[in-house]
Design a protein around this ligand. Structure first.
Ligand code: CA
Length: 224
């Protein structure tokens, strides 16, 4: 899943990015409100973490304008401690949740997961056929067999499980699993999908991740 962090304090932004990447999220960073709004409006993010006090345009104005444009990405606002007025304004502007600074990283993660769950109607396990991915424990299983995944493989499997029976182009995969520094001309996606397949499909008679020639991949149960 891909997250946009809009935060002008470089140290804080770097700390959030690094922490989220360790949890397998793809993370882009913007350092002011105008750039943040542009990225949020032109990319497919799953969550936006948005500081309120930003150069060029405040977080509250950014979320307001995103909502006016009909962009419904879940937004977590970061507010200064005890700035009650900010919180009220933020939620009124169309943000989904807020977190006061300074915060423990674990709490930020919990809020991000809650926002993603809201999109999933409270479900923490993603399932398809006999694959189960528990997003709380980050453990994957096929049938009774536990599958060890690297961070990127986890991100990739999560994206497949959220979009079963749907052809996923390399561009779509790149946009949701990698950040904007990713060079889509490389065959990195194919390499990672092959790694994932060797873990999820290779030792099982029923293959679930299929190549769609010239386009990309699909997670499906083969008919017949
Ligand atoms: Ca700030």
């Amino acid at each position: 899943m891909r997250i946009l962090v809009v935060e002008d304090e470089k140290k804080v932004a770097g700390f959030i990015k690094k922490g989220l990447e360790e949890e397998s999220y793809a993370v882009d960073v913007a350092y002011d409100g105008v750039e943040g709004e542009y990225l949020a409006a032109t990319n497919e993010y799953d969550v936006v973490i948005l500081d309120i006090m930003l150069p060029k345009k405040s977080g509250v104005d950014v979320v307001k304008d995103l909502r006016i444009k009909g962009i419904k990405i879940p937004v977590l606002l970061l507010t200064a401690r005890d700035a009650v007025e900010d919180k009220v304004k933020g939620l009124d502007s169309g943000a989904d949740d807020y977190l006061s600074k300074p915060f423990a990283f674990e709490e930020l993660l919990a809020r991000v997961r809650a926002l993603m769950r809201r999109k999933d109607y409270g479900i923490t396990e993603l399932k398809f056929a006999d694959i189960i991915l528990d997003q709380a424990t980050r453990k994957a299983k096929r049938g009774d067999i536990t599958i060890d995944l690297t961070s990127k493989e986890y991100g990739l499997l999560e994206y497949f499980l959220r979009n079963p029976n749907k052809v996923l182009t390399r561009t779509m995969i790149a946009e949701h699993v990698w950040d904007y520094t990713f060079d889509s001309d490389t065959n990195v996606i194919d390499v990672y999908v092959n790694h994932l397949r060797s873990k999820v499909d290779k030792d099982f008679p029923k293959k679930l991740i299929h190549t769609v020639r010239g386009i990309g991949y699909i997670l499906k149960e083969e008919q017949g």
